[in-house]
Every structure is written in C-alpha cells, then in structure tokens.
Design a protein around this ligand. Structure first.
Ligand SMILES: [Zn+2]
Length: 209
C-alpha cells in the first residue's frame, strides 16, 4: 500500500546520467505540469535484473510536492526488475503454472505467486491503459486477438504496444515491452492501487521517453 509518508513516483528513463542531465536542465515534469528540480536522493536499494539504485528525488516548483524518480526498468516496491516480472507474466499467459515459472526464473514460489495474483487484479486496468496507448501510437491498429483470460489479453497488449511504439517513435526501440508497461502504469503494474484514474495517460512516454 502506498503509505502516507511515501513520496509519489514519477517514471523516468533507465539511463541515470541522462535522467540527471534532464533533471538539472529542467526537462522533467511533475504530473501537475510544473518543472521538477533536484531534491536529494531516496534510500539505496538493490533491484534484481537491474542492479544497485539510489533513486533521485525531485521537487516540483509549482505544487511543491516531492517525488521519487523511478526508472522504467523497476516496479514500485518490488525487488525484481520489470523484465524479470514480465518474463513471469508472459510464461503465465502461455499457460505455465507458478511453480514452473519460479523454477525457470530461480525465484521463490511464494514471490512468483504474489506477482501473478497482483497482476491478475490489475490486468484489466493495465490492458485498458495499454489499449488506449496503442490507439494513440497506431490509430490503424486493429483489435487485438482475444485470449483465454485477462492476464493473457494484457500481456498481448504489452507486446502490441511495444511494437507500435517502435514503429512510431523509433527511439523507444531501446525500451523493452515491460519498461513501456511500467511507464504506462506509473510503475504500479503489481501495486494494490493501479487505477486508470490515477495515471496521467496524456503523456504516457513523457518523462520516460
Ligand atoms: Zn507539481
């Protein structure tokens, strides 16, 4: 649960040097539209599949809210990077069970079961957000093939969005499908509180692009 003491998150690219440059140049924006300025660092943490991170904090000059800048390679409050979790979700969509997935990814069964349950809760919202982005990226994209279950539908939407982003924006080729999914959902792919209302979809790739 996002506690009252926890700063809101702004998603940024995973290139630390580039994020720092953009932050100092005033190019990173708060969801309110104000400019973000450097405001110290959050606690250092280790994210499997990503490495050691010391996330940047930034303060908005307009609304004065302090944010944590979360790299799109990470998910909010998860010790595994988005690509690791994404691999589990892809395997689940392909019909694998949580024990098999845990073995393949060398993660505890309880951890993988937790990811799958959390994502199942959010899958419909994630699918809706990604489908809306897909239409923005490619207005001519046809309807996605329907699968058995909303998890597989959401995973399909992640892949379709990433492909459309590569076609449309080119530069996003460096961003993996699950980094894109993290950007679109504000890092909340597995959070208890993913809601389409709480996420600014008008600039889905804004700070992260
Ligand atoms: Zn603001």
């Amino acid at each position: 649960m996002l506690g009252a003491m926890e700063a809101p998150v702004v998603m940024v690219g995973s290139d630390v040097v580039e994020v720092e440059r953009r932050l100092r140049a005033g190019e990173l924006l708060c969801p309110c539209g104000g400019g973000l300025a450097p405001w110290g660092h959050a606690r250092e943490r280790s994210v499997r599949g990503v490495g050691e991170l010391r996330p940047r904090r930034a303060r908005c000059g307009s609304c004065l809210v302090t944010h944590v800048l979360l790299a799109v390679s990470c998910l909010l409050r998860r010790a595994d990077g988005g690509d690791v979790v994404g691999a589990a979700l892809r395997a689940k969509a392909a019909g694998a069970g949580h024990r098999t997935i845990a073995e393949q990814l060398e993660r505890p069964v309880s951890t993988v079961r937790g990811w799958l349950r959390a994502f199942a809760r959010n899958a419909e919202t994630a699918r809706a957000l990604l489908t809306a982005l897909l239409v923005q990226l490619d207005p001519l994209a046809g309807p996605l093939p329907a699968h058995q279950g909303v998890v597989a539908d959401a995973v399909e939407a992640v892949g379709a969005c990433a492909a459309a982003a590569r076609r449309r924006l080119g530069v996003v080729g460096a961003v993996s499908p699950w980094q894109l999914a993290a950007a679109v959902t504000g890092g909340r792919l597995l959070a208890p509180t993913l809601s389409a209302v709480s996420i600014n979809t008008s600039r889905p790739l804004g700070n992260a692009g």
